[in-house]
Ligand binder design. Sequence first.
Ligand SMILES: *Cc1c(COP(=O)(O)O)cnc(C)c1O
Length: 219
Amino acid sequence: MAIAENLLKIKNSLPENVTLVAVSKTKPVTDLMEAYTAGQRIFGENKIQEMVDKWEQMPKDIEWHMIGHVQTNKVKYMAPFVQLIHGVDSLKLLEEINKQAQKNNRVIDCLLQMYIAEEESKFGLDEVELHNLLNSSTFNQMKNIRIVGLMGMATFTDNQNQIKKEFTHLKAIFDTLQKLKTENCELKTISMGMSGDYPLAIACGSTMVRIGSSIFGGR
Ligand SMILES: *Cc1c(COP(=O)(O)O)cnc(C)c1O
């Protein structure tokens, strides 16, 4: 009961243009099914094998989002079904996604993960790397991927000003790319905001929030 209640409370609080990704990593299928029964159709996982296992067991109208760091050699396992890959942070990874998507006769939507935090440990591209990637001929020739937006994670801190600064930075980068429209690139989505900071992320322009513990409880 708690899961459905949490889910609906959050869902009803979100503006219409904001998509909710229910982050279900480490949680059992029974918990995910409770959210599914309450109407949720988008789930986020951070480990490919776990996502594949859950995809196999659950209804096929679910959209599966990969929100974690992706190892190149595991892309093939999710390529048949993954709906959106949030954490793309290299051309090499994008090439592998393109290759595996082609094998599956698909076009896979991706977000480029930007490095916006002050911590050392977070993955992501800086602005120079972002522009190099988008301007490379390798990228421009890819036909089986589509860049549909950016993703970022703020520093893990209680300092709201710091978090706000980082989200605002991501939104500013996103805005500079609005003019960019090619066959495989059109930025519509900003994935930012988790349980602890999603209201702030939305205030800063997020269109997709990734919420786990506030729906499913602690991990
Ligand atoms: C786990 C995770 C989340 C959700 O975190 P909560 O604090 O549980 O809401 C969001 N984004 C990413 C990339 C994650 O790994």
